[in-house]
Design a protein around this ligand. Structure first.
Ligand code: SAM
Length: 229
């Protein structure tokens, strides 16, 4: 396990991480390395380097508005990682389906939240169960489109839109970049025109959009977008 410590939060090595991701992309393998990241922490979710271990504050602020009043409201979390955002959606009364392509990530969630009401499961955004089609009032994703190589990024938005009920909301949190810059910088942040494809291609309505710098040192530019069907 020693050689995998470069992926642990407390000994993370960005250069080695990038080399690993690029090698997988070069081999035409866009997805298997996610499980590697969760597997190498050997059951300790606090060591997952990209996990904030708290719910996204923009998601919490959106939930506080209580825009969806109906009973039995449903939410789907794409690429749920170690589960903080799925759990807060559940706390706000949503029936939550949270999935990740990584079995090790889902195992970490189940171990971390043994009494959870969230339905955590292994699934692929590009091959999810047909019965999920148009069945969620909220579809949430944080930092998942941005880890996908180019050929999957438009498809990811369509797959998210297909999960949404009529009038449902897509909530997106991601790193951002200026147009025509950082096109191969891992992780691959989204440009405004890219996130805007929820409007220009998926034909959703932009309800709110914010570009902001996070609290890291140095600060990392981000987008938060809310779109409605
Ligand atoms: C950068 S991580 C973000 C995890 C979590 N959302 C967070 O904010 O901490 C991206 C996540 O997307 C998952 N993922 C990547 N491709 C996926 C796919 N095709 N279907 C489902 N999950 C996927 C990865 O396993 C990983 O957990």
């Amino acid at each position: 396990m020693e050689n995998k410590k470069f992926l642990h939060k407390d000994s993370f090595d960005y250069e080695k991480y990038v080399a690993m991701v690029k090698q997988h992309h070069k081999n035409g393998d866009a997805f298997s390395w996610f499980d590697y990241i969760y597997d190498c922490v050997e059951g300790d979710y606090t060591k997952v380097f990209w996990a904030d271990l708290e719910p996204n504050p923009y998601l919490v602020d959106w939930l506080k508005q209580e825009l969806i009043k109906k009973h039995n409201k449903t939410a789907c979390v794409i690429g749920c990682g170690v589960g903080d955002d799925a759990e807060v959606l559940s706390e706000y009364g949503y029936k939550v389906t949270a999935f990740d392509i990584s079995k090790s990530a889902i195992n970490l969630c189940k171990k971390r939240y043994p009494n959870t009401k969230v339905n955590y499961l292994v699934a692929d955004l590009f091959d999810y169960p047909k019965e999920w089609f148009e069945s969620f009032d909220v579809v949430y994703e944080c930092n998942t489109i941005q880890v996908l190589p180019n050929q999957y990024r438009k498809k990811a938005k369509t797959a998210m839109n297909n999960l949404l009920t009529k009038d449902g909301y897509i909530l997106v949190s991601c790193r951002s970049r200026e147009e025509n810059t950082m096109e191969d910088v891992i992780p691959l942040p989204l440009s405004k025109s890219e996130i805007n494809e929820f409007v220009t291609i998926e034909k959703l309505k932009e309800i709110s959009f914010e570009a902001y710098d996070d609290t890291q040192e140095p600060p990392v530019p981000h987008f938060w977008g809310v779109y409605q069907k």
